[in-house]
Design a protein around this ligand. Sequence first.
Ligand code: GLU
Length: 445
Amino acid sequence: MDARLEAIRDTVLARNPGEAEFHQAVVEVFESLGPVHDRHPEFLDAAILERLCEPERQIIFRVPWTDDAGRVRINRGFRVEFNSALGPYKGGLRFHPSVYLGIVKFLGFEQIFKNALTGMPIGGGKGGSDFDPRGRSDAEVMRFCQSFMTELYRHIGEYTDVPAGDIGVGAREIGYLFGQYKRITNRYESGVLTGKGISWGGSLVRPEATGFGTVIFTQEMLKTRGTSFDGQRVVVSGSGNVAINAIAKAQSLGATVVACSDSSGYIMDEAGIDVGLLREVKEVERGRLKDYAVRRPGVSYVDGGSVWDVDATVALPCATQNELDGGAAARLVRGGLLAVGEGANMPSTRDAVAVFQEAGVLFGPGKAANAGGVATSALEMQQNASRDSWSFEHTEERLTDIMVGIHHRCAATADEYGEPGNYVLGANIGGFVKVAEAMLAQGLI
Ligand code: GLU
């Protein structure tokens, strides 16, 4: 790492003790930024990096609610409003027992650069709670969401901060959150949340957008090697919204997706995953992948195994952070891997990224490859602001243009800095320069 940046990094790490995921995200970005500071010493003079690493505002709050047995439960709520140089804070809410400040800050930090790369006018933020929706009734989830919004509402707004979904927060949760916001404020402010239902201010393609976008970005990477998804053998991790839509899109482009996973194990389906059945099991029944295996002949379920043990030419990690380590990466490379597109946020460890890059595997980092979700959220905001709703085709075309544009920006930036094909460098520098220039123009903020 550049010596000037090392000192700044050490201060940031020391100021934020115990936040391992935030440290990881910061270090990865800093490793790309040396050459930018050679060209732009004004960024150093203005302490842009020190400012970028300190969120503009961090809100932590108590979320009390009652379970179905009438027992009082307490969770912790978070919203980190990280950077508003390019627009209102924008980013999802994650409900998962692992959520703590370090996770929210890593996600918020990544979101700043991701959102900048989309070319849309959105700043970076993230939030969530250590609430675990798994096994909770609809009524419990509703009471939790209502309590969460009873505090959050005062901090958000169409021009201030626009949350959306992430792990554990889908259309059901956004519905309960929006209903409570509307009730407290007495305003039908559609643009305050994205990921809404289509009949009440949502956008077509938003549910599909992250998974679709990851595949579109990966397809652009494959094109640089004169190939495409057609005929590829694909492994996807996860089986939530991002994974399911990545599987659907990859298969529509001629690939065969032979495996996907949940936190208990993975399924092997050599014929190619049946997306209809997968949606039924996961989205309608809120069930587990082993239920899919029971219902489809020829499918095996590997209890407790790692999906990265399956050979593939394309890997799409769509589950969660640090799910793919150096050992798994080396195994995938030995199995003939050509490309990785990250549908999740920071799913590959730093060791894994190094293994992929050393082996010459095309590697699309999450902040570029999974930006289709938040980009389509920005399209939802556009539709809300103009009280309009667009067709599926038009919205998908916009998403495709945005993803092709992000690929182009990352590739061109990597070329410009003398590292062709390094999408990590391209994404980090491309996103950073845009935010840094805006911060410089806006004075000491
Ligand atoms: N949670 C998603 C992400 O990681 C989407 C955020 C949004 O739509 O605001 O980018």
